[in-house]
Write a protein that binds this ligand. Structure first.
Ligand code: ADP
Ligand code: MG
Length: 365
């Protein structure tokens, strides 16, 4: 097979990627609709969204396995939308690692190098170096069927990066691993990315993973890009109620509007945040933003809600407290376990939400 050559050790590492007006339909259903995306050279960009939102389809459009109905993809200055996958010089890692079960670790990793016709000695060198990088030095002779899930994913990663692709695509590579290993691998993958500097597009449905690893996050909802931003901004300035609900913990409370005032659960809302110019609005409340106030006396710049504690859940480091407001709407707040004595179901409390935290966004279903 005719594949792209192996990049030189000091070659330009990160390919910039441009996605232009990509649409992909299956029957009448649009898996992707008019998606635009610019990925900078060397950037770690995560596509985040629920199951079925179009993440894999977009990744496969980049890889060349899915041909879009409309739109274009550029790697650097070059349109690749008509190039087959093996001409795109891309490293790929999937959830179910897809290693060759009949080959040992060394031969799995050597595979893309043999395809590219490298000399035996250079293959041995590169495989050894890559095994080092993924912390599997000495594992070359192992059968891949004898590896743990985490080790197998490391081998898959090694096979994807051994030929020094300028673009690395990963589709939920950690989702089959248990939580501790997954969190460990998130940090490792991010460190490896910083070392190698290839442009990376990473797919996950796990918002915490996206916040942990990414330079920027593209949040996908029903085939459309709902927001493209740095992690802090996606969390603090969600573009709409979908992003607010999907990224981080939040309670979304309906906002009533009448004659210029906004009301939430019967309380006139004070906010120092900009308001979207639309009629259906919700207040986004993060659990860590709510304060429990001693007094029910109004305070400048605070929104004060009377609430009844419904449930207190012990979560080790913190308590998750579910409360109901006067109109029956529910909120979650979080307190350090040591700092919330005497809170129990039935307790009446005063909740304060500072006007600078009172984020109002448009409803997006
Ligand atoms: P995600 O990776 O975010 O879970 P996908 O990109 O796999 O989502 O799928 C997006 C939508 O496109 C889903 O509704 C899925 O059922 C549909 N879809 C994906 N691939 C195909 C296909 N080959 N044929 C028909 N529908 C598909
Ligand atoms: Mg998928």
């Amino acid at each position: 097979m005719d594949v792209s050559p192996v990049a030189g050790a000091n070659g330009a590492r990160g390919l910039p990627v441009k996605v232009r007006a990509i649409t992909k339909r299956y029957g009448t259903m649009a898996a992707l609709e008019d998606v635009y995306l610019d990925i900078a050279s060397g950037e770690f960009l995560t596509l985040l969204g629920p199951s079925g939102s179009g993440k894999t389809t977009l990744l496969m459009v980049l890889a060349g396995f899915v041909r879009p109905d409309a739109g274009d993809v550029h790697f650097g200055d070059r349109s690749v939308v008509r190039l087959p996958p093996h001409k795109r010089d891309i490293g790929l890692v999937f959830q179910n690692h897809a290693l060759f079960p009949h080959l040992n670790v060394f031969d799995n990793i050597a595979f893309p190098l043999r395809l590219r016709g490298l000399a035996k000695a250079e293959i041995a060198d590169r495989v050894a170096g890559t095994l080092d990088l993924v912390q599997l030095a000495g594992f070359g002779d192992r059968r891949v069927t004898q590896l743990s899930g985490g080790q197998a994913q490391r081998v898959a990663l090694a096979r994807a990066i051994v030929f020094e692709p300028r673009l690395l695509l990963m589709d939920e590579p950690l989702s089959a691993l248990d939580r501790q290993l997954r969190e460990h691998m998130q940090i490792e993958l991010r460190a490896l990315h910083e070392k190698l500097g290839m442009t990376t597009v990473y797919v996950t449905h796990d918002q915490r993973e996206a916040l942990t690893m990414s330079d920027r996050i593209g949040v996908i909802n029903r085939g459309r890009l709902a927001q493209l931003d740095r992690p802090e901004r996606v969390y603090r300035e969600p573009a709409d109620s979908f992003v607010a609900g999907f990224v981080g913990e939040s309670s979304l409370l309906p906002v009533e509007q009448s004659s210029g005032t906004l009301r939430v659960a019967g309380v006139t809302l004070r906010t120092l945040r900009p308001l979207p110019g639309t009629h259906r609005l919700v207040l986004v409340v993060r659990p860590e933003q709510l304060e429990i106030l001693e007094s029910a006396a109004p305070q400048t710049d605070y929104n004060l809600f009377r609430a009844t504690v419904r449930r207190v859940v012990f979560q080790g480091d913190s308590l998750l407290i579910n409360v109901a407001l006067g109109d029956g709407s529910e909120l979650m707040l979080r307190r350090a376990a040591a700092r919330a004595p005497g809170l129990a179901a039935g307790a009446e409390i005063n909740l304060g939400l500072h006007a600078k935290d009172a984020l109002v966004v448009a409803v997006q279903s």
